[in-house]
Design a binder for this molecule. Structure first.
Ligand code: FE2
Ligand code: FE2
Length: 290
């Protein structure tokens, strides 16, 4: 298979995995991590994250530009039962899809990854079927989400933070995949990307707990071709986010919700840590001794 055709194929697959991550994560947050269905959805989301990550690593290693636009995830939102049936259909389609792709590729690692994504998709279909079978008639007919109690203005602010953290996280994923050969910088940036996922969850969970569906729409992804520029952008982003969060923590509506205040406290301190690390890496990079 030609390299460009292979990159295009993997970039279509990454969009499907990205779509699955968002769908199961949002649904999981809406159910709540402390419910059996919510916990199971979030657990499957983690496997979809690996799927996306393996594809991204391959794309970056081949010198390609990873695609961060999620594909549409078609699902019937009428009830829990219809949603789970849509998920089963989605996963069942991916199994033959990935197996066909295995036959088009020679590289043994890529073949193993595609084959694994095929069989893990069929496991996901089985897991969703099991969840569907276990729902009570009321649960099956119902939908997640409760009465909304946070004011619209605050929800909008939290949603803006989800979008911003999500974009920063994707940006870090891109940097870690594209610059993976750059000593151990890929690893360090991936570590921060994981923390950004946690920050994103702080905001998204608060929205979902309020019965509102958090939205995952990526912003602009910077396509720096030098690691130094990518680090500079990352530092600017995290500093700007920290300043916004310090202000948001003082918001009178935020102060009424102790869970949010705790999440803001941890996010702000972690952002300070991330900023200091990035600053050092940037300096060392300039000196050429990371
Ligand atoms: Fe997957
Ligand atoms: Fe899956």
């Amino acid at each position: 298979m030609e390299k460009q055709a292979l990159l295009d194929m993997l970039n279509r697959d990454i969009a499907d995995e990205h779509a699955a991550i968002i769908r199961y994560l949002v649904h999981g947050y809406m159910e709540g991590e402390d419910t059996p269905l919510g916990a199971s959805l979030i657990s499957i989301t983690r496997e979809e994250m690996w799927h996306m990550h393996w594809l991204g690593l391959i794309i970056g290693k081949l010198g390609g530009e990873p695609n961060f636009t999620p594909a549409p995830y078609p699902y019937d939102p009428t009830s829990r039962a219809t949603m789970l049936r849509s998920y089963i259909k989605y996963e069942e389609k991916l199994t033959p899809h990935y197996n066909e792709e295995v036959n088009k590729v020679d590289d043994l690692h890529i073949r193993r990854v595609l084959r694994r994504e095929a069989w893990e998709s069929s496991i996901h279909a089985r897991k969703f079927q099991r969840k569907l079978d276990k729902l009570s008639p009321e649960e099956a007919a119902g939908l997640p989400g409760e009465e909304s109690e946070l004011p619209k203005e605050l929800l909008d602010k939290l949603q803006a933070e989800v979008t911003s953290k999500y974009t920063e996280m994707l940006q870090h994923l891109r940097t870690s995949w594209v610059f993976q050969q750059d000593e151990n910088m890929g690893w360090k940036i991936m570590d921060q990307a994981m923390e950004k996922m946690k920050h994103l969850a702080h905001f998204a969970e608060d929205i979902a707990e309020d019965g509102i569906r958090p939205e995952f729409k990526p912003g602009q992804i910077d396509k720096s071709i030098a690691i130094g520029l990518a680090l500079k952008k990352a530092l600017e982003d995290v500093q700007a986010a920290r300043e916004r969060h310090i202000k948001l923590r003082e918001d009178s509506e935020v102060k009424k919700h102790s869970g949010l205040v705790i999440n803001m406290d941890i996010t702000i301190q972690q952002e300070e840590y991330q900023g200091a690390e990035l600053e050092d890496w940037g300096k060392n990079k300039a000196k050429g001794d990371v």
